[in-house]
Ligand binder design. Sequence first.
Ligand SMILES: [Zn+2]
Length: 125
Amino acid sequence: MHELSICSSIAAIVTEHAAGRPVERVVLDVGYLRQVVPATLMYSWELIVAGTPLERAALVVNHIPAVIECRSCGTATTIELPVFRCPCGSIDTEVTAGEELLVRSLDITDITDITGRAQTSEAGT
Ligand SMILES: [Zn+2]
């Protein structure tokens, strides 16, 4: 099942970034064109995280509408169905949104040492 493998990759990404800290919330961007069924995604998430350190992490899905941009007239259109035609009649369009599938953010309970750490250069040159 599509959603199950998505959830298992999300869990792997989150586990890596959390590095042992408790995660309260995972915000996921899911593009319309991914054809993910929200209810199935939630159910799969529960299955995947059950009995793991992510058990209490809530999955929040941010749905991204599909947007196409017309190469003839430049119009950007949000589409409801996968029909990639511009209102001007042109089908020479480019999908500019809707294919997202990424972990947008994590809410971690103890956030004290994740900010700045990776980028500090206090050791000098
Ligand atoms: Zn057009």
